[in-house]
Ligand binder design. Structure first.
Ligand code: HEC
Length: 152
């Protein structure tokens, strides 16, 4: 390889890197950051309270999906979107029980995974498929557990 070829190859690699950064998936990001504002939990907002809300909402979605009917499925669907939103902001929260870069990275990954799993329940509820929704929710419950297992 002569010098010109090496130079051309280096330029191509740099350009590919820039293209990869520019095209990286923004949907994996957080809604607030997309709007140009970094999210910071307000005073009195903490992981403990967030989790109590997450738990109550998760149970309600299951109850409403079991109840079914127009009202039940509609309520469950609205709650599913609210829960997905909580999961979208969960990476901005922390816990003394989950520390270290590796666990923190897993925290963010699991939050986003759960957000997507809960989001997927919405269209199933829209089709009034209670059984299908419950199966997806049961699977999502394993993602809750995966995060709790990281607690010391
Ligand atoms: C990415 C991590 C993570 C995910 C995902 C997660 N949790 Fe939690 N959860 C925690 C942490 C950390 C605590 C401890 C909070 C505290 O008290 O400081 C907790 C606590 C709880 C508690 C006990 C209440 C409390 O605060 O001690 C319940 C109940 C709970 N979670 C339910 C759920 C359910 C249901 C889901 C799934 C729909 C879920 N969690 C998903 C991290 C997570």
């Amino acid at each position: 390889m002569n010098k010109t070829t090496i130079l051309a190859l280096s330029c191509a690699i740099v350009l590919l890197g820039v293209a990869a950064i520019l095209t990286s998936n923004p949907s994996a990001g957080i809604a607030a950051e997309k709007a140009g504002k970094a999210y910071k939990p307000g005073p009195g907002i903490d992981t403990h309270h967030l989790m109590e809300g997450v738990d109550a909402t998760f149970s309600s979605i299951m109850d409403n999906a079991k109840k079914g009917g127009r009202k039940g499925f509609k309520a469950a669907r609205h709650q599913a979107y609210a829960l997905a939103t909580l999961m979208d902001v969960l990476p901005h929260f922390e816990s003394e029980e989950v520390t270290g870069a590796e666990k923190r990275a897993k925290w963010d990954k699991l939050s986003h995974q759960l957000r997507d799993e809960i989001l997927a329940v919405g269209p199933v509820l829209k089709k009034k498929d209670g059984k299908g929704a419950l199966a997806l929710l049961e699977k999502a419950g394993k993602t809750c557990e995966a995060c709790h297992e990281m607690r010391d």
